[in-house]
Design a binder for this molecule. Structure first.
Ligand code: ATP
Ligand code: MG
Length: 230
């Protein structure tokens, strides 16, 4: 089991291939201090998703290792690892149920008040209250009650409520209106505050706000630094 963590991450000489002889990562080294945000950028196929797949242990590396607060993640149960990592993917997972259930997904013990506080913190409360039944509005997995931007805000509220030390976020690329875009930017700042985060960043504003930008190319780190440095 993994003890409660601060969120320091060391990635050591990470090598990975999905298919023999076709390496997707060719020796990645990265030190991340607790609370830092890392933006992963690079062309399609450069290895961004693969890095987050390995941190989340959807796969294990061929060589090298990942340590969280000095503990190799291979030595803890996947369940205890995932309990400390929040994952927000591009295709936001909305299931059939109420908005409230959807936000509560990772924290089933959360009270209605906690759910609403999380929604307020990420600017989702306004649009939720405007829905026919507010927080009790039923949504469908593939339904279109919610816009892409709104789905994203729900997933932010869900992640904030779960309060993981480490957050992994594959930023949505879907085009959204300027107003929602601004809400998402603000919400992202609140969500990232005080957490170690890895963001596959598509928006310039997100890249600019990251503590460290990691530029990947063909499975290697090409460049690394703050927005001013690069
Ligand atoms: P994108 O911006 O398109 O999401 P990415 O930077 O996330 O790209 P990865 O998905 O990490 O790139 O892919 C890295 C390499 O691994 C690519 O060559 C890709 O073809 C390969 N790859 C990714 N997923 C798989 C898979 N499930 N099976 C086989 N090869 C894969
Ligand atoms: Mg990807």
């Amino acid at each position: 089991k993994m003890p409660p963590i601060k969120g320091n991450i060391s990635i050591e000489n990470l090598v990975f291939e999905y298919e023999p002889g076709r390496p997707a990562l060719k020796g990645i080294n990265l030190e991340v201090q607790a609370g830092q945000s890392i933006a992963l950028v690079g062309h399609t196929g450069s290895g961004k998703s693969t890095i987050i797949n390995l941190i989340s242990r959807f796969y294990d590396p061929v060589e090298g290792r990942i340590l969280i607060d000095g503990h190799p993640i291979r030595e803890v149960t996947i369940q205890s690892l995932r309990s400390q990592i929040g994952i927000v993917l591009q295709d936001t997972f909305i299931f059939s149920g109420t908005i409230r259930d959807n936000i509560r997904f990772g924290r089933l013990d959360a009270t209605d008040e906690e759910v609403e506080l999380a929604a307020k913190a990420v600017n989702a409360d306004d649009f939720i209250k405007d829905l026919v039944n507010g927080y009790d509005t039923e949504v469908q997995e593939r339904g279109n009650v919610l816009s892409m931007g709104q789905r994203q805000l729900i997933s932010f509220a869900r992640a904030l409520l779960a309060n993981p030390r480490i957050l992994i976020l594959d930023e949505a690329t879907a085009s959204i209106d300027t107003e929602t875009e601004l809400k998402i930017q603000e919400a992202l700042k609140i969500l990232l505050a005080g957490r170690t985060s890895f963001i596959i960043a598509h928006r310039l504003s997100t890249i600019r706000n990251a503590d460290n930008i990691v530029v990947l190319d063909h499975g290697r780190i090409m460049e690394m630094g703050s927005h001013e440095q690069l």
